[in-house]
Ligand binder design. Structure first.
Ligand code: SF4
Ligand code: SF4
Length: 452
């Protein structure tokens, strides 16, 4: 794509990077076929190619964002399906991140829009605030109908209430760190994150047990917090970089003392932490450290695959639909690994039709764009139910919440199933499902070797 940035503009490193990305686009339009918003809306401006033109025009002109640009960029899920499809290697993620930051700096949103975005940015990344907010949403559930009548924020407030779990989130069980045989075979960190430990503390507990079985020590560094993805996707660049720097400081100190890897159990966070090296590239004090952190970051399934396989400790055999989160398959290009681990643990894994299409979760998208997210969530649940699974597995808390709101089939994090198969406790969503478990008791183990 031909661009016409002035030499003066290209002194700005962000514009220079975006110009490079724009020049790789050859207008072929292949990406439109796999874009969820184009699929639903059928409008070129809601396709990757259309958005690329809008971004180009906005950045080249050095103009403030217009309502039309904001409308179509806000509708983008940042699912990155277009990056998987693009034959020219257009780095849409960095381009849309730049566009969102430009919008945040130059566009004046309505009071309602500002309020809801400030609320999300000041609550979600902070565990204790989020816990209180969830309790408030639970209390507001009987009044949800009233919220729909409020202008601008009503539907979004209702989406927040609908996504809140139906019981008060309990604090992480004070489970002692699982014992490992000394000496430890490795030392890692599991990113605790912000929303996940409040919504489902069982995920990281399962990860710790799995790692302990492999003799891997898990440490908890001081100063670690939210990865910054939630505010990053809202264009709040300074806040995202503040979170990134705090995490880099916390982890780099441990890396200098032998920390081998930073493990992530929410693929949305994984995509962002793996991008810290790029996000902090212009900060001389952090560029090198952030690159080291990104290089040492692994999804929990990537890390487990590199370890010797464990034999399943119990018969499993349930039919599991594996939903690959967009941040897993498009953001991190992790596709087969989680399914290989599940099969090795004895589960019968089924792929989901339209597996490349987003479920509508996408960070805070299901709150900010509830109408499109609702349609995508229902479409995803219908596609999953088509393969008649007994359990759904995925690797991202956002997808667990979004898909869980659209189906009665129990949905679990992949690591919870792996941990259960390896001898861990029965995951809470499977409690009372004796039929499903009885099938497993009689099912022949179909465990396979990971390298088979
Ligand atoms: S990131 Fe997803 S929603 Fe956005 S343009 Fe690409 S495919 Fe479409
Ligand atoms: S597939 Fe890639 S090169 Fe083709 S229009 Fe989309 S972004 Fe541009």
């Amino acid at each position: 794509m031909k661009t016409s940035f002035s030499p003066e503009q290209l002194k700005d490193t962000h514009l220079r990077e975006s110009e490079k990305i724009l020049r790789t686009c050859v207008h072929c339009g292949f990406c439109t076929a796999t874009c969820p918003t184009y699929l639903l809306e059928g409008d070129e401006l809601d396709s990757p190619r259309g958005r690329i033109y809008l971004i180009k025009d906005m950045l080249e002109g050095g103009k403030p964002a217009t309502p039309e640009v904001v409308k179509h960029i806000d509708r983008c899920l940042s699912c990155l399906s277009c990056m998987t499809t693009c034959p020219s290697g257009v780095h849409y993620m960095h381009l849309v991140d730049h566009a969102r930051a430009h919008i945040e700096k130059t566009y004046v949103r309505s009071a309602g829009d500002k309020f809801i975005r400030a609320l999300l940015a000041n609550v979600l990344p902070y565990r204790e605030r989020f816990r209180v907010a969830l309790a408030g949403a639970l209390l507001a559930k009987p009044l949800r109908g009233l919220f729909g009548t409020l202008p601008v924020i009503g539907l979004r407030m209702r989406a927040m209430i609908d996504l809140a779990p139906s019981h008060f989130p309990s604090r992480e069980a004070p489970e002692p760190a699982p014992a490992i045989a000394a000496p430890a075979r490795g030392k890692v960190v599991i990113l605790e994150g912000c929303a996940q430990p409040v919504l489902k503390p069982s995920i990281n507990l399962a990860a710790r047990r799995m790692l302990a079985r492999h003799g891997i020590e898990v440490i908890k560094p001081r100063g670690e917090g939210c990865c910054g993805a939630l505010v990053h996707h809202m264009g709040r660049e300074d806040e995202a970089l503040r979170f990134a720097r705090a995490n880099v400081d916390a982890w780099i100190a441990e890396m200098d003392r032998g920390l081998e890897a930073i493990l992530i159990t929410a693929s949305g966070c994984g995509t962002t932490v793996k991008d810290y090296g790029f996000m902090l590239r212009d900060d001389p004090a952090y560029a090198g450290k952030a690159r080291r952190v990104s290089e040492a970051t692994r999804d929990i399934t990537e890390y487990l695959l590199a370890l010797p396989a464990l034999s399943p400790a119990r018969a499993t055999g349930q039919i599991v639909a594996y939903h690959s989160a967009c941040s897993m398959q498009h953001g991190q290009k992790i596709t087969d690994g989680p399914k290989r681990l599940l099969r090795a643990a004895g589960f019968q894994v089924r792929d989901v039709p339209e597996g490349h299409i987003c479920c509508g979760s996408a960070g805070v998208y299901n709150i900010l764009q509830p109408e499109i997210a609702g349609r995508l969530g229902a479409r995803k649940a219908a596609n999953i139910e088509r393969v008649r699974p007994q359990i759904i597995a995925t690797g991202n808390i956002g997808c667990i919440t979004q898909i869980g709101a659209n189906t009665q089939i129990p949905i679990l994090h992949t690591i919870e199933l792996l941990d259960w198969a390896a001898g861990g406790p029965l995951p809470e969503p499977l409690h009372g499902m004796s039929d499903l478990l009885a099938v497993a008791m009689h099912a022949p183990s179909n465990a396979v070797q990971l390298n088979g």
